[in-house]
Ligand binder design. Structure first.
Ligand SMILES: [Zn+2]
Ligand SMILES: [Zn+2]
Length: 174
């Protein structure tokens, strides 16, 4: 959805409320289940445009240990400031050099791009399907949450070495 902010941008103190429902594409390791929904308020605060509101998304994420998929709710509190070119580095500018990355261009808010940036920025760095996920066996790939595999005591393991010594000792006693 594109939202024309020209009227708000031209009138100090003006504000507008916009209902948001945007489907965004998956990015690395995560996808959204259904649309991102919520409401945004855009306000002309003199030299800045303030975008505030709340967005909700359901993420489908991949567990970093066992690679299984799980869902997680995300509730984002939005508070962003946009200014025209020349603003400080910490404030997003309305007309950037890379228009495909700018959520606002020519005072039109690209709600899809804005929502996508907010969701990507708010994604958890690493997701665990459960806090004590045991992961997968590095040797056979078995999901250790389901069952312990046979690789736990590998040949060359010192427990085998001790068993070997015991067997040798037994042989000598014979
Ligand atoms: Zn897991
Ligand atoms: Zn294994």
């Amino acid at each position: 959805m594109k939202i024309d902010l020209a009227n708000i941008a031209g009138t100090p103190g003006a504000r507008g409320r916009f209902a948001i429902s945007e489907r965004i594409r998956a990015s690395e390791g995560a996808a959204c289940v259904g649309p991102v929904t919520g409401e945004l308020t855009v306000e002309n605060a003199g030299s800045l445009l303030l975008i505030r509101g709340r967005l909700r998304a359901t993420l489908k994420l991949t567990c970093v240990r066992c690679l299984s998929e799980g869902e997680q709710e995300m509730d984002l509190e939005i508070e962003e400031e946009f200014a025209s070119e020349g603003a400080g580095d910490d404030i997003q500018t309305i007309d950037r050099d890379e228009p495909e990355l700018a959520a606002i261009s020519d005072y039109v808010l690209d709600a899809h791009e804005f929502v996508r940036q907010q969701v990507v920025a708010g994604m958890p760095m690493s997701f665990l399907c459960r806090p004590d996920c045991r992961g997968i066996c590095p040797q056979c790939g078995a999901d250790l949450n389901l069952a312990q595999c046979e690789c736990a005591v590998a040949p060359g393991d010192e427990r085998w070495a001790k068993l070997g010594e015991l067997l040798k000792g037994g042989a000598r006693r014979d």
